[in-house]
Write a protein that binds this ligand. Structure first.
Ligand code: WTA
Length: 628
């Protein structure tokens, strides 16, 4: 890895932004803007917050009692007021807010006024059910507009939404509903995946049957005739909204009021509910969406994420809406029905900003240049990448097929950080594979285990000061929150290994912990291991991430079988299916190897690092703690 990065640094090309891009960008001189922002970060964030509307002003920008932060104390706001009302009361009222394209080619368009009315109807319907501020709502929907409407409707009332990606299976959904103690679940009859209808309602039924807190289930019925619903407990979405008033005031909330929980994987089997709040999160997502993508009123902004993940929360829903943007969102895979899917959409809707992932780029790259080549992509002006390191080959391809002159914003951030922290701005010179430098107001660094800055070289990515959109805690588990700040003294530890070059550019190289990034999705090895050992044939399991050409990483599992169970192809298939049932398709190991022992420390901890080094034919490093 170290050698690889050295050659990368030596050979990497430098792309300077063209004059036009710089001239029209909000930020024209990164160095000057960064220096100023960092001289007094609180003043910088105070200025950003003033660009938005508050019901009452804050008296203190930041209260920092290490490692607990509160931002904009005394201020009251509601993120949806800034996403909707602010625009509805301006000329933007009839501007298109969301263009949604379904997998089967359906199109639904919402102006700001229409989105506002739908959100209000949904909020009123939530009120009718007796939902009160602080109550939790689990949203388990495919990528349809109702997902966005439901999120905003919750936020409008100060309810906390917990969106669960609709690819998760019933046990995974159940644990998330349980931890959040949700009173309500919102789902759909089906999601679509490459033309196949995937039933979602049975997943919710199975999970909800074991979650006594769930009082009602709302179902968006996409297929006609609709699936049957239980008359007492289940409600059809359309019927639920029917007759509801299109007016509903946004509830003024203290800036620190929780906006959502989003469950993400870590180093233990239990997913963690990252908590974000109205005020700071609003400020962080607003300004990053604005400056990183240079978001202007005339843009059509296309982000390919699913609101089931944080990128969808921050950069499909909140960040762009806060900026009054026109957002394109499309259900389905990039290569279905053909690998031209996204290129067609870009041409058809005149997309100017396109935010995607390295996995998708590598997938499309496999299909060759012809597909993008057949489409007019000249409306594009800013590109983005997120979720995992982008290899220079994929970067160069993406850059070339989109015209060779559009800057790529390689944005580094996390569910926990809420918004983008290390990233180019359109005025910054780019090196393919590098997320370049910290966003304004963010003090990021690369340090050793003791927290000493390494200057240039490899180490751990950290953030040295609090920032507004940082998570406030882990729901039900403040100790795990403390863990982020206790690991390396004085810093927030991101869990990423990173290399900093002589120009101060950051090169994120992957996770330092037991998290695997499969197609940009975060999977905890511990979660997959516990799913495996819940199978009757498995006594012990260890899971590692292994490089994969398209997905970045894939899951490989090593298992020890219980006596009496034999390794057969059927058993291996059954184990894979079992993980899919327990967690979902995204967590299914691609390879499973039966072994008779696993490398462990004397205290019994599995050394996944050793397994990984062996698998990849690398030096395992320090193995002095290895038992055998
Ligand atoms: C990885 C996704 C390299 C990183 C927004 C981080 C990246 C984890 C990049 C968070 C990038 C995200 N370059 N690595 N541009 N962006 N990562 O919570 O390992 O799903 O810690 O948030 O993704 O994943 P999460």
């Amino acid at each position: 890895m170290a050698e690889h990065i050295e050659t990368l640094l030596k050979t990497s090309a430098l792309y300077h932004p063209d004059e036009r891009t710089v001239a029209r960008a909000y930020i024209k001189d990164y160095d000057a803007a960064y220096r100023e922002s960092i001289a007094d970060p609180e003043q910088f964030w105070d200025g950003v917050a003033r660009e938005l509307e508050w019901f009452s002003p804050w008296h203190t920008v930041l209260e920092w009692k290490y490692p607990w932060a509160k931002w904009f104390l005394g201020g009251t706001c509601n993120i949806t007021y800034n996403c909707l009302d602010r625009h509805v009361r301006s000329w933007r009222t009839n501007k298109v807010a969301v263009i949604w394209v379904g997998e089967r080619g359906e199109e639904r368009i919402f102006t700001y006024a229409e989105l506002y009315r739908q959100v209000n109807r949904c909020a009123n319907a939530l009120k009718r059910l007796g939902m009160k501020q602080g109550d939790r709502v689990t949203i388990y929907l495919p990528k349809i507009p109702e997902q966005i409407i439901a999120m905003l409707a919750c936020a409008r009332l100060g309810l906390i939404h917990s969106v669960v990606y609709s690819g998760f299976s019933a046990p995974a959904l159940e644990s998330r509903i349980r931890d959040a103690e949700a009173r309500l679940a919102i789902t759909a009859d089906y999601g679509y995946d490459r033309g196949t209808a995937i039933p979602l309602k049975p997943v919710v039924d199975k999970a909800a049957a074991r979650c006594p807190t769930i009082e009602k289930i709302i179902v968006v019925r996409r297929e006609k005739p609709g699936i049957t619903l239980d008359a007492g407990r289940e409600l059809d979405w359309d019927a639920w909204l029917e007759g509801q008033s299109a007016a509903c005031d946004a509830v003024p909330l203290d800036a620190e009021t929780p906006l959502y929980f989003l469950y993400t994987s870590g180093t233990t089997g239990k997913p963690k509910g990252v908590v974000h709040v109205h005020g700071g999160y609003m400020v962080g997502t607003y300004i990053t969406a604005k400056y990183v993508f240079d978001l202007k009123d005339e843009d059509v902004y296309f982000c390919v994420a699913d609101p089931g993940w944080v990128t969808g929360h921050s950069y499909i829903v909140y960040g762009p809406l806060l900026n009054g943007a026109t957002i394109l969102t499309a259900e389905g895979k990039p290569d279905y029905p053909t690998p031209a899917r996204w290129w067609e959409l870009i041409e058809k809707y005149g997309v100017s900003i396109f935010y995607t992932t390295p996995t998708a780029i590598r997938l499309l790259m496999k299909y060759g240049d012809d597909w993008p080549g057949r489409h007019d992509l000249s409306t594009l002006r800013i590109l983005g990448s997120v979720g995992e390191p982008i290899n220079p080959e994929a970067w160069e391809w993406f850059h070339r097929v989109t015209g060779g002159d559009k800057p790529i914003m390689d944005t580094w951030w996390q569910t926990e950080t809420g918004s983008i922290l290390v990233t180019p701005l359109p005025c910054v010179s780019l090196k393919p594979g590098s997320a370049t430098r910290p966003f304004l107001g963010i003090e990021a660094d690369v340090v050793d285990k003791q927290g000493r800055s390494i200057g240039t070289g490899g180490g751990f990515a950290v953030i040295k000061k609090p920032w507004p959109s940082m998570m406030r805690t882990i729901h039900n588990d403040p100790d795990r929150y403390l863990g982020y700040w206790n690991n390396i003294p004085g810093c927030y530890t991101a869990g990423d290994v990173c290399h900093k070059d002589a120009d101060g550019y950051f090169w994120f190289m992957g996770r330092a912990d037991d998290v695997v990034k499969v197609a940009g999705n975060r999977i905890g090895t511990a979660e997959v291991e516990s799913a495996l050992v819940s199978h009757e044939a498995v006594v012990e399991a260890a899971v590692i991430g292994k490089p994969h050409r398209t997905a970045g990483e894939m899951i490989k599992a090593f298992v020890i079988l219980k006596q009496g169970h034999l390794e057969t192809p059927e058993l291996i298939d059954d184990l894979k299916r079992h993980v899919q049932t327990e967690l979902g398709k995204i967590a299914m190991p691609r390879e499973i190897e039966v072994v008779t022992s696993l490398p462990k420390t004397r205290s019994g901890k599995i050394m996944r690092r050793v397994l990984k080094a062996k698998e990849l034919g690398q030096d395992p490093g320090d193995i002095s703690t290895l038992e055998e």
